[in-house]
Ligand binder design. Structure first.
Ligand code: ADP
Ligand code: ZN
Length: 436
C-alpha cells in the first residue's frame, strides 16, 4: 500500500495520536513565537504546556479573521521570514484580505493534501490535470498545481480566464481532471456548447475537483450532465492553508478532512460551545503541523457539521458535510435562517432557469430583510411572453416558500444578463444600508 493510502486508512486512534502530538507542538510554537497568541493564551488562562488530551484544546481561546487582519502582514508568522518560501492572500470576499506564509514543509503538505482529491478520483501519473483556478495570491491555482505535481500527474497551469483557449486545451490535450470553481466549470461548459463543442462528448474529463465557493447538489448534477464527469467538492481557506483541508471521495457523501494535518471542531457560533458530531454549526480549525502560519482554534465562519459514521470508501478520516455557506452570508428573512445554496437548490429544480442567479437583499420600510432572487432563464424559454414569465416567477416563489418557509420575490431575467465569473461567483448583492 502506498504512503498516501496508508495514512488515509490509518486506524482513527493513530490519527488522534498524530493530532495530539502535533497540537502540543503547535500551541507551544504559537505561544513562544507569536506575541498575539502569548497575550491571548495568557488572557484566557490557557497553559500551552499543560495540553494532555485533545479535549484540553477546548480551553484555548479562539482566533478570528479580525485577529489575523489586525496582525497584517507578518504578525502571525511563527517562523522567521527567512524560512518562508511563499506568501498567499485570501480573496478578500468579506473584507480586507488575510495573509498566509508557507515554509517548504508547509508547501509539501499542501500538495499532499490536494493530491488526496486526485487519489479519490483514482488518479495519478497517467492523468492530465487542468488547473484553471486563478494563479497568483489566491490559493486555488497553486494549491491545485502542487496537488497535481505531488500526484505525479501531468499538470497544465492554465489559470482562470481566456475561456475559449481553456476549451481548446480541454479538447485537444485530453485533460482528465479539471480543477476550478464550480461556477467557472459551468461557464466553460456553457461557452463550449455555444461554440458548437459538446463537452460531454468532446472533452475527456473523468473528474472535476471544484470548490472555493458553495454550490448546490442540483448545480453539481447539472455540471456532471454537461461535462460527463464526476464532481468532487474541495474545501479550504487561506487562513489554514488553501484548498485541500477537506475533499470529497468518489462516494460524494461528505468531505474527508485531512485529519492528520487539521483538527476540526464544530461550535455554536453564538455561544462558542463545542457541539457533538452531527450537529450543524461553525467549523473551527487548528493546524497540526503548519510551520509558518499555524492557527489555534480558528473560527472559519463556515457552516457545516461532522458526519457521524464511516465512509464506504474505507478512508478513516472524518467527514464534514458540504458547506452550507458562511455565517456572513446567512440571510435572516423574517426570523428564518436561509443560505443562498438552499435557494439555489430549489431554483435548480426548474428546467426553464439556468445556473446563473443573484440574490439581492434589501430592507423594506419596516427594516425587515427583503430578498429577491434574480435568475436567468434558459435560451429556449419564451422570455417575450409576459404571461409565461409571470407564471414561472410565481411557481418558483411558491416552491421556495414551501421549501424554506420564507417569502422570496423572483425576478426572471434574459440569458447572459448576470455577470459571469472566472473565480468565485458573486451570488449576493447586499443593498442594505451600512452593510458592505
Ligand atoms: P475569502 O474568505 O476571502 O473568500 P479564500 O479565498 O481563502 O478567502 O476562501 C476561503 C473561503 O471560501 C472559505 O472560508 C469558504 O467560505 C469558501 N469555500 C472554500 N471552499 C468551499 C467549498 N468547497 N464550499 C463552500 N465554500 C467554500
Ligand atoms: Zn469516503
Amino acid at each position: 500500500m502506498g504512503k498516501m493510502q496508508e495514512i488515509l486508512h490509518a486506524p482513527h486512534e493513530q490519527i488522534e495520536e498524530i493530532q495530539l502530538e502535533g497540537i502540543k507542538k503547535t500551541v507551544i510554537a504559537c505561544y513562544e513565537n507569536v506575541p498575539f497568541y502569548k497575550k491571548s493564551f495568557d488572557d484566557a488562562g490557557f497553559d500551552p504546556y499543560a495540553v494532555k488530551s485533545l479535549d484540553d484544546l477546548q480551553n484555548a481561546p479562539f482566533v478570528t479573521k479580525q485577529d489575523l487582519r489586525d496582525n497584517y502582514p507578518y504578525g502571525m508568522f511563527a517562523t522567521p521570514l527567512s524560512e518562508v518560501k511563499e506568501i498567499h492572500m485570501s480573496s478578500g470576499t468579506t473584507g480586507v484580505a488575510t495573509v498566509g506564509g508557507y515554509t517548504q514543509h508547509d508547501l509539501d503538505i499542501w500538495g499532499e493534501c490536494f493530491a488526496r482529491g486526485i487519489e479519490y478520483a483514482n488518479g495519478g501519473a497517467d492523468d492530465v490535470v487542468h488547473v484553471c483556478y486563478g494563479y497568483g495570491l489566491f490559493t486555488g491555482g497553486l494549491g491545485a498545481h502542487y496537488g497535481g505535481l505531488y500526484s505525479g500527474a501531468t499538470t497544465i497551469p492554465m489559470s482562470a480566464g481566456n475561456t475559449e483557449r481553456q476549451i481548446r486545451v480541454l479538447k485537444e490535450m485530453g485533460s482528465t481532471i479539471i480543477c476550478c470553481t464550480p461556477s467557472y466549470a459551468m461557464h466553460i461548459a456553457d461557452t463550449a456548447l455555444e461554440m458548437g463543442i459538446d463537452p460531454a462528448r468532446d472533452f475527456h474529463l473523468r473528474a472535476g475537483i471544484h470548490g472555493a465557493e458553495p454550490f448546490s447538489d442540483n448545480f453539481r448534477r447539472d455540471l456532471e450532465r454537461k461535462l460527463n464527469y464526476h464532481v468532487l467538492d474541495v474545501y479550504g481557506l487561506t487562513e489554514t492553508m488553501g484548498p485541500g483541508v477537506a475533499i470529497e471521495c468518489w462516494e460524494q457523501n461528505g468531505l474527508h478532512l485531512a485529519e492528520d494535518h487539521f483538527y476540526a471542531e464544530i461550535i455554536d457560533p453564538n455561544t462558542g460551545e463545542v457541539l457533538p458530531d452531527g450537529e450543524w454549526g461553525e467549523l473551527v480549525l487548528t493546524t497540526i503541523d503548519r510551520e509558518a502560519s499555524p492557527v489555534v482554534r480558528y473560527r472559519t465562519r463556515d457552516i457545516t457539521r461532522i458526519l457521524p459514521g464511516e465512509c464506504a470508501c474505507g478512508c478513516t478520516h472524518r467527514r464534514i458535510d458540504r458547506i452550507h455557506g458562511r455565517t456572513d452570508d446567512m440571510l435572516i428573512i423574517r426570523g428564518v435562517n436561509v443560505f443562498p445554496s438552499q435557494i439555489e437548490d430549489v431554483m435548480k429544480t426548474f428546467d426553464q432557469v439556468s445556473s446563473w442567479y443573484q440574490i439581492e437583499v434589501d430592507t423594506d420600510h419596516r427594516s425587515l430583510d427583503m430578498v429577491t432572487l434574480k435568475a436567468e432563464v434558459n435560451p429556449d424559454f419564451a422570455f417575450d411572453s409576459v404571461a409565461a414569465v409571470e407564471r414561472l416567477q410565481k411557481e418558483i416563489s411558491a416552491r421556495l416558500k414551501t421549501a424554506l418557509s420564507v417569502g422570496v420575490k423572483v425576478k426572471l431575467v434574459e440569458p447572459k444578463t448576470i455577470a459571469r465569473s472566472e473565480g468565485k461567483a458573486k451570488r449576493i448583492v447586499d443593498l442594505r444600508k451600512g452593510i458592505k
